[in-house]
Design a protein around this ligand. Structure first.
Ligand code: SPV
Ligand code: MG
Length: 546
C-alpha cells in the first residue's frame, strides 16, 4: 500500500524552526518580490516587518496602513515565496477582539504566525522616542495572547509575544515579569527587544530566563554583536528586520541619482537586473506552458519554431561559460540569428531546448525547455523535452547553424506536409569531418522549388557517392504532420526508449519516410554554415548576410 505523505504546513515549518536548537534567521520581506528573493537566497522563514511593509507602501510605521492592507501584502508574500512568514502584527490593531479576527484572517491566508507587542494602538516604531512609549497593561496583553491561542484553528500557528520593556526603559525585572506572564498566557515564543548598541540587556535577560519558551531577538541596533554570543546565551532565533528594504533604498537612491544626472540609460544598464530576470522571477515560463494547455487551439495554430541548443560544441575556451548557440556572430548570439529570422517570417512562438550552461541562454520572449541530461543524450531526447510545444505549424532547427534567410522562406513556402532544407552544393564545402547528414533524394535539384523533390534516405548509411545533398538542420512540419511527428516520438518512447534517448533527427526523418510519409526537399546551394568549431565561426562571420 502506498503511503500518503503531505508537505508540512507553513505554520508547522515555522514552529519547527523556532523551537529547534539550530540557528534560524527570519529574513525581512516587504512584498512578493522581496519574499521571493529571500527564498531564493536560501532563507527558511520570513519576517513580515511592520516597518518595512509600511515604508514600502510609502507610509509611517504608525498603523497608517490598515491591517487589511497589510494582509493583502502578506498574501502576495506567501504566494510568491511559499515560506513560513511571521507577521509583525504590532499591537494586534486593537484589543483582544481585533486580535481574534486578525488570527483568523492570517490563518486563512497561510501566514504561519503573528508577533504581538505590548504597546498601545496606534503604535510607534520602537526606535522612535522609545522611552516615551506607553506599555500595555500586563493583564490586558495576556488577554490578547489567550484570545489569539484560543482562536487559531491550526495548532501549529505560532503566536509570539514581544515585550518592549527595555525599549520603554522599564528595565530587566519588568522584561522578565512580562515575558513570564506572556509565556504563561500561552505565547509560543518570546521576543525581547532592545535598542542598546550592545548585547547587555539581552544577555542579562537570558541569564535569568528559565527557558519556558524559546526567545527571538531583533539585532538591528546592535549589529556588531556576533550572533555566536547570543547563541551561547541560549538564543537561536534571529530576526533580520529591515535589511532587504534598506538594500533597496540604497540601490534605488544611487541609480536614480545617476539616471537623473546623466539622462543616459547606459549609465546603469550593466549594473541592474536584465528584464529577462524579472520575467524569470515572475515565472512567465509557467504561464506560457499553461497557455499551451488551456488556450483554445486556434491560438496554438500560430506557427512556431523550436531550436535545439543543448550541446556544448568543440569551441574550447569560447564555450567555457556558454553553449555554442550563445556564441556571438557579428556581435549577436547565434540563437538570435535564428529568432530574428523566424520573427521576420512571422513565427513568433519560439522555444529553445537548453542543456549545457543553460542559464547562459537567457534571451527574452523565448520559451525554454531543459534537457538536463544533455551530456549523455541526443537530439531526440532534447526535442522530446519540448513535447508540449510540438504542435501546429512547426519549424525545427539545429542551434549550431546559421543560414541565409531565403532558405527558411523557401522551406516555409514549399512545404506541404513535411519539408527539409537541403544543400545541393555540399561537395563544395571542403570538410574532413564525417558527421554530415547526407541525403538521397528522388527528383531533380531545383532551387526554385517548381519541380517535386523528395527525401528517400538520410544520415547514416548514405555514402557520399550516392548523396544528392546535405540536410542543413532545418525542418518544417505542417500542423497535421507535427501531430504525426509527436505520435512517432511517443511510440519510440514506448517501444524503443534507448532510440529516443540517444537518437538524432535524421533517424526520425528516416523513420517518417519508412512509415510512408512524404518529406519534401527545399534546395539551397550553400548560403548556410554548420558551426562545429572556431574556424566555422570565422568563416560564417565573414560571409553570412545580416
Ligand atoms: C519591524 O520590523 O517592524 C519591527 C522590528 O517591529 S523594529 O523595527 O526593530 O521594531
Ligand atoms: Mg514593527
Amino acid at each position: 500500500m502506498s503511503e500518503v505523505t503531505s508537505a508540512p504546513s507553513l505554520a508547522k515549518r515555522l514552529r519547527t524552526i523556532l523551537s529547534s536548537d539550530s540557528v534560524a534567521v527570519l529574513m525581512e520581506a516587504h512584498n512578493g518580490l522581496s519574499a521571493k528573493l529571500a527564498a531564493e537566497a536560501g532563507f527558511q522563514a520570513l519576517w513580515g516587518s511592520g516597518l518595512s511593509i509600511s515604508a514600502a507602501l510609502g507610509v509611517r510605521d504608525n498603523n497608517e496602513a490598515s491591517w487589511t492592507q497589510v494582509l493583502e501584502v502578506l498574501e502576495f508574500m506567501v504566494d510568491a515565496a511559499e515560506l513560513p512568514i511571521l507577521l509583525d502584527g504590532d499591537t494586534g490593531y486593537g484589543n483582544f477582539n481585533n486580535v481574534r479576527r486578525l488570527v483568523r484572517k492570517l490563518e486563512q491566508r497561510r501566514v504561519a504566525g503573528v508577533c504581538l507587542e505590548d504597546k498601545l494602538f496606534p503604535k510607534t516604531n520602537s526606535f522612535i522616542d522609545g522611552e516615551r512609549q506607553a506599555l500595555a497593561e500586563v493583564d490586558e496583553f495576556c488577554g490578547k495572547m489567550r484570545a489569539a491561542k484560543d482562536t487559531q484553528l491550526d495548532p501549529d500557528f505560532v503566536v509570539v509575544a514581544r515585550t518592549e520593556a527595555f525599549i520603554a526603559g522599564w528595565g530587566l525585572d519588568e522584561a522578565l515579569l512580562r515575558a513570564h506572564a506572556y509565556a504563561e498566557a500561552g505565547a509560543d515564543v518570546i521576543l525581547v527587544h532592545s535598542k542598546r548598541k550592545d548585547s547587555r540587556e539581552i544577555l542579562s535577560f537570558m541569564e535569568q530566563w528559565d527557558d519556558r519558551a524559546p526567545v527571538v531577538i531583533v539585532p538591528t541596533k546592535y549589529p556588531t554583536e556576533p550572533i555566536s554570543r547570543f547563541v551561547r546565551s541560549g538564543i537561536t532565533n534571529f530576526i533580520f528586520a529591515n535589511q532587504s528594504l534598506r538594500t533597496v533604498i540604497t540601490a534605488l537612491q544611487q541609480n536614480l541619482r545617476t539616471l537623473k544626472e546623466t539622462q543616459d540609460l547606459m549609465s546603469v544598464e550593466n549594473d541592474i537586473a536584465p528584464v529577462s530576470e524579472i520575467f524569470r522571477l515572475q515565472n512567465v515560463q509557467e504561464l506560457k506552458t499553461s497557455e499551451e494547455r488551456y488556450l483554445p487551439s486556434s491560438a496554438q495554430d500560430e506557427a512556431r519554431a523550436v531550436v535545439l541548443a543543448a550541446s556544448k560544441g568543440d569551441f574550447g575556451e569560447l564555450v567555457k561559460d556558454r553553449p555554442k548557440a550563445m556564441l556571438r556572430l557579428r556581435g549577436k548570439p547565434i540563437m538570435t540569428w535564428h529568432t530574428d529570422a523566424f520573427r521576420r517570417q512571422g513565427i513568433r512562438r519560439i522555444a529553445a531546448v537548453r542543456g549545457y550552461c543553460k542559464d547562459a541562454i537567457d534571451l527574452a520572449d523565448i520559451q525554454y525547455f531543459d534537457n538536463d541530461e544533455w551530456a549523455s543524450t541526443g537530439e531526440l531526447a532534447s526535442l522530446y523535452t519540448a513535447r508540449e510545444f510540438l504542435q501546429g505549424d512547426l519549424v525545427i532547427a539545429y542551434g549550431d547553424i546559421v543560414f541565409d534567410e531565403f532558405i527558411l522562406r523557401n522551406l516555409l513556402a514549399q512545404t506541404d506536409g513535411i519539408g527539409i532544407a537541403v544543400d545541393g552544393g555540399w561537395k563544395l564545402r571542403e570538410r574532413a569531418d564525417a558527421k554530415r547528414d547526407l541525403v538521397i533524394t528522388e527528383g531533380a535539384y531545383d532551387p526554385v522549388g517548381l519541380s517535386e523533390c523528395k527525401l528517400v534516405a538520410i544520415g547514416e548509411g548514405v555514402a557520399p557517392e550516392q548523396a544528392a545533398g546535405e540536410w542543413i538542420g532545418l525542418a518544417h512540419f505542417r500542423a497535421d504532420k507535427t501531430a504525426v511527428l509527436v505520435k512517432l516520438l511517443d511510440q519510440l518512447g514506448k517501444e524503443a526508449p534507448e532510440a529516443l534517448r540517444t537518437g538524432a533527427l535524421p533517424m526520425l526523418l528516416g523513420r517518417l519516410v519508412a512509415a510512408g510519409e512524404t518529406v519534401s526537399v527545399a534546395h539551397t546551394f550553400g548560403h548556410w554554415y554548420d558551426l562545429d568549431e572556431q574556424k566555422d565561426l570565422l568563416l560564417a562571420s565573414a560571409q553570412v548576410k545580416s
